[in-house]
Each structure stands twice: as C-alpha cells, then as structure tokens.
Design a protein around this ligand. Structure first.
Ligand code: ZN
Length: 152
C-alpha cells in the first residue's frame, strides 16, 4: 500500500489543492513552512528518475503552475523545489513527489515549523482555500496568454 496512491484515490484524508488526470497536489501534512505543498503523479512510480517521459513532462508543467500559485498565495520571495530520490537522499515515501516550499527574504527563519508537526484543521483549511484560488488564477492567466497546459 502506498500513502500517496491512497491520497490520489481519496482513500486517505488530505487537503488537495489541485488534481487533473495526470497530477495531484496537496498540502504536506507536516509542513516545514506555511504553504508547503506536494506535487505527485497520479500513476505510481518510485521516483522522478523512474518516470516515463510523458508523465514527467506533465508533472513538470503542473509543478511550475502550482509553484507560481503557492509563491503568489503566500507572498513568498522565493520557492524551493525539492525531490528527494532514494533513501540516502531522505526519501521517505516511495512515490515520486516534489516539495514546494515558500521562502521569505525578510524572515529567513520565520514563520517556520521546526520540528515538523501536524497543524491545526484551521491551518489546512485556510491554506487549501488560498492555494486553490491562486492555482485557478494562474491557470486562467496562462490560458489568456495562450500557454494552455496540454493536460487540461
Ligand atoms: Zn503510490
């Protein structure tokens, strides 16, 4: 059994901010920073290096969209995109995933959740709502500019 497959199939509770036929994005249950989001392919693969090219292209396009949305929603100055590949690199869930972690130049250490812990229901609900809205806005802007994601 794979935790992320269960989230994708809605068998496991999570706060999904975006889902299409290829990719699902949801809030990290144990965020490092506010807005910490995970982007995963719907079809199980152990890590990014083992993905087929078509799915990895879809994943990258959506990763960019979600990263722009998270950056905007959290008014972040920067974003860290991280994929840990292999146990030695810190991979814990063996289903391909990218972390999107906002960063702020004025507050390098705050707000930050260390140690990582489960947040309040309020945190997940409000974060899900602002990020979902931001994703919709990024997608509608990209359609205006003719950059329609082929997965949609
Ligand atoms: Zn899986």
């Amino acid at each position: 059994m794979c935790l992320f497959c269960d989230i994708i199939e809605h068998r496991q509770k999570s706060y999904i901010v975006y889902q299409d036929s290829y990719v699902t994005a949801f809030l990290d249950k144990f965020p490092i920073k506010p807005g910490h989001t995970l982007v995963v392919p719907n079809v199980h693969s152990e890590n990014f290096l083992m993905m087929d090219s078509k799915t990895s292209c879809q994943l990258c396009n959506t990763l960019k969209t979600i990263a722009i949305a998270v950056k905007g929603a959290l008014k972040a100055d920067g974003i860290r995109l991280v994929s840990n590949i292999g146990e030695s690199a810190g991979q814990v869930i063996f289903h391909t995933h990218f972390h999107i972690m906002p960063a702020w130049s004025q507050e390098p250490d705050f707000p930050s959740f260390v140690p990582r812990k489960e947040q309040t229901e309020e945190y997940y609900r409000s974060m899900q709502s602002v990020i979902m809205d931001a994703v919709k806005s990024v997608l509608s802007n990209s359609q205006i500019h003719g950059e329609v994601n082929e997965s949609t």
